[in-house]
Write a protein that binds this ligand. Structure first.
Ligand SMILES: C[S@@+](CC[C@H](N)C(=O)[O-])C[C@H]1O[C@@H](n2cnc3c(N)ncnc32)[C@H](O)[C@@H]1O
Length: 290
């Protein structure tokens, strides 16, 4: 695991909350209702301009994870770090899942609640403002724990997985997508790249595939699938960077909050870490043992 550097740009929970409160409208403008990478086929990702649009690629990521996670009609799903409700709404609409979404951001809680009503699934999606590291749910209360690009922001990831594992019924599944440190990121060059991403993107640490496997197994889960999607998602940041420039978003963000404007200037840092191999992007599915 690689930790964010301590000191000047220290990552704090209040800063994560405030980032999502302030930046959510920018995410919507820039990237649509999902705040996560797009997933292209290997062939499409290699084209100068992918055939599949960024929005469709984001839905492709959600749908691929849903398929790996064996999401079934009527599943009770906990969506940890639900953003604007992109996944929660899609799972409710496509599979008739009953979804509880949690987000640390009050703005996102209200946004996602309205979006679910607007999408006609307000009766199946409940969004709460809650800290995943403090909230508790009844043991065995969910069929699926779903989390796309949220665990990066957690301070004690091992403790979260231990608690979350207990919220699954026996046989229930955990389906996660996460930004990862690569297995050999513990050398000075790659370490510096991962630390820079941690600091810029408010991640207290980034785990490796092996870390996630260890946390899940420690929580009584069996890892059934790990997929490395790095090359299929990396285009996201080129496309985002082009949109930021075209829309002049960095200037607009600068009027609101300096840190949000700096954030928009760091997409190349993340893309560089994917390209150098310092970071990876992975999907991991695990099943709670009976
Ligand atoms: C990159 S966004 C992903 C959002 C959503 N999963 C999606 O794919 O559109 C990260 C999300 O994690 C949430 N988050 C970060 N730290 C959290 C915490 N401690 N508890 C709950 N949510 C948290 C943020 O509010 C945000 O919604």
């Amino acid at each position: 695991m690689i930790y964010a550097p301590t000191g000047a740009g220290v990552v704090e929970k209040a800063a994560i909350r405030s980032h999502y409160d302030l930046a959510t409208p920018f995410y919507r403008l820039l990237w649509g209702p999902h705040i996560h990478h797009g997933l292209w086929s290997e062939e499409d990702a290699a084209r100068p301009v992918p055939l599949v649009s960024p929005h469709a690629a984001q839905e492709q990521l959600t749908d691929t994870l849903a398929s790996l996670g064996g999401i079934a009609a009527g599943d009770r799903v906990l969506d940890v770090g639900c953003g604007m409700g992109g996944s929660s709404i899609r799972l409710a609409r496509r599979f008739g899942c009953r979804v509880t979404g949690i987000t640390i951001s009050g703005v996102q809680q209200r946004w996602a609640t309205l979006a679910a009503r607007w999408a006609g699934v307000g009766d199946r999606v409940e969004i709460r403002r809650a800290d995943a590291e403090a909230v508790d749910f009844p043991a065995g209360g969910f069929d699926v724990i779903w989390s796309v690009e949220c665990t990066e922001h957690l301070f004690d990831k091992e403790a979260f997985f231990r608690r979350a594992g207990a919220w699954l019924r026996p046989g229930g599944r955990m389906a996660i997508c996460a930004w990862l440190a690569s297995a050999d990121a513990d050398r000075p060059g790659p370490r510096g790249e991962v630390e820079a991403v941690c600091e810029a993107f408010l991640c207290p640490s980034l785990g490796t595939f092996a870390d996630y496997r260890g946390w899940m197994e420690g929580a009584g889960l069996e890892v059934v699938c790990t997929e490395d999607w790095t090359d299929r998602v990396a285009r996201t940041w080129e496309l985002c960077d082009a949109r930021v420039k075209r829309l002049g978003l960095r200037r607009v963000a600068g009027f609101i909050d300096r840190r949000q404007a700096d954030f928009l200037g760091h997409f190349g840092t993340l893309l560089g870490a994917y390209r150098s191999g310092a970071m990876a992007y992975g999907a991991i599915v695990a099943c709670r043992k009976s």
